[in-house]
Design a binder for this molecule. Structure first.
Ligand code: ADP
Ligand code: ASP
Ligand code: MG
Length: 405
């Protein structure tokens, strides 16, 4: 007998029929003797619909109220799934985040889980219940409802699996595993049987939204075996685990991309010590996250400085940078919010030279200009014009032979 945590994403429970199908599948599984804790997202489109309503009424909805609103999406699905399970003759109990007591910090809309009380879950399981928990939400120490950021139900599931010491955490979604790249962009993408936490972490943080980054961090930190599977199709999916010395190491395991990037440049800044902090300090103060940073070699006492931010923060960052440029007597500020970042990822890169060159050569052959580059031990990222995104991803997928094992 095993304890399994399963998470069903929005599409998997997007209609009444799908909720019924998930209920049937869960009951069948429970009959094999396993204990099941189920985490659900809101029905597909619901979180976006709620955000839309909020924006119609307020230009900058307060985080606290936004969380009260957004958490309702998951409150609906826990109740509906339990009703479907009960209708089919099994026992189920639903819990919101604050009912379980998933304690988070108080950063509304982006809260982090601090502690999970597993008492109620254990006693409901002992009574033969299927336990259904709302994903994406918790409460702070004062009882305020919080949410965990978009895609946060993945993190609820993995955090629960860690707290309950579950045998496995299974993420059921609309693809049957983690692919070499988003199969919606490259139809030839191949499903991976296994991938390491490290690689999945890079994939997620570089734009592959199949798992929320925080969920992979949790899985790695607590060594939770994590599996991505299809709600609709049979199969073993993709197992995400620690690096195993016996595991065959592909040099490149995947390609990720992020469409939501924008870059800003300040030209002709006086090249003095402290210039980076003078430029980036005011940006950080406004809570704008900076991703890549490049400072050119100084020339005749001045230098150029470029960095990227999330596209949603572009206008705000541009305004701040323009005023910094004025105070610093810089020559000019430019920006571009039509850029994307494409990254190749693989632990095998550690022991292989020449990956960067293959990447640059492939893009050059397609006449795609690279405007920024950043590397780490297991990834290389480039910034390119957004109109070349698909071409870049497809040609790199082919160049690294990712469609074949
Ligand atoms: P859910 O609603 O179940 O949480 P998501 O939409 O968050 O589902 O995540 C699944 C989607 O992630 C897939 O439909 C796919 O388009 C996208 N995706 C992006 N990169 C990858 C990848 N490397 N492998 C698999 N899916 C990916
Ligand atoms: N419903 C939330 C969202 O769309 C959380 C999730 O689906 O994981 O972001
Ligand atoms: Mg998701």
């Amino acid at each position: 007998m095993a304890l399994i945590v399963q998470k069903y994403g929005g599409t998997s429970i997007g209609t009444v029929e799908r909720i019924q199908q998930v209920a049937t599948k869960i009951i069948k599984h429970q009959q094999t003797g396993d204990d099941l804790v189920i985490v659900v997202s809101a029905m597909s489109g619901e979180t976006n619909r709620l955000i839309g309503l909020a924006n119609e009424l307020n230009d900058h909805p307060r985080g606290r109220e936004l969380d009260v609103l957004l958490s309702t999406g998951e409150q609906v699905t826990i109740a509906l799934l339990c009703m479907a399970i009960q209708q089919q003759g099994a026992k189920a109990n639903s819990y919101t985040g604050s009912q379980v007591r998933i304690l988070t910090d108080n950063t509304h809309n982006k809260a982090r889980i601090m502690e999970i009380d597993d008492n109620k879950i254990h006693s409901a399981l002992a009574d033969g219940h299927i336990v259904v928990v709302a994903g994406f939400q918790g409460c702070d120490e004062h009882g305020n409802i919080t949410t965990l950021g978009r895609g946060g139900s993945d993190t609820t599931a993995v955090a629960l699996a860690a707290a309950l010491k579950a045998d496995e955490c299974q993420i059921y979604t609309d693809v049957d595993g983690v692919y070499t790249t988003d199969p919606r962009v490259v139809p030839e993408a191949r499903r991976l049987d296994q991938i390491t936490y490290e690689e999945m972490l890079e994939m997620a943080s570089l734009g592959a939204k199949v798992l929320q980054i925080r969920s992979v961090e949790f899985a790695r930190n607590y060594n939770v075996p994590l599996r991505v599977l299809s709600s609709f199709k049979k199969g073993g999916g993709t197992l995400i685990t620690a690096e195993d010395p016996k595991m065959e190491k592909a040099v490149i395991s995947g390609i990720a991309f992020n469409r939501d990037e924008a870059k800003l440049t300040v030209l002709g800044v006086p090249d003095h010590p402290g210039i980076a902090t003078k430029i980036l300090g005011p940006i950080a103060k406004e809570n704008i996250e900076v991703d890549m940073i490049i400072q050119n070699t100084g020339h005749q006492g001045t230098t150029d400085f470029t960095f990227t931010v999330h596209r949603n923060d572009y206008q705000a960052a541009l305004k701040i940078l323009q005023s910094t440029a004025d105070t610093l007597n810089a020559r000019e500020v430019t920006g571009d919010d039509k850029i994307t970042k494409v990254s190749v990822i693989g632990v095998g890169m550690r022991s292989h030279a020449g990956i960067a060159n293959t990447m640059f050569e492939t893009l050059a052959n397609e006449n795609i200009n690279i405007s920024m580059i950043s590397t780490s031990e297991i990834k290389i990222s480039v910034v390119v014009d957004e109109k070349y995104l698909e071409l870049a991803v497809r040609s790199l997928h082919g160049a690294f032979n990712l469609e074949h094992e």
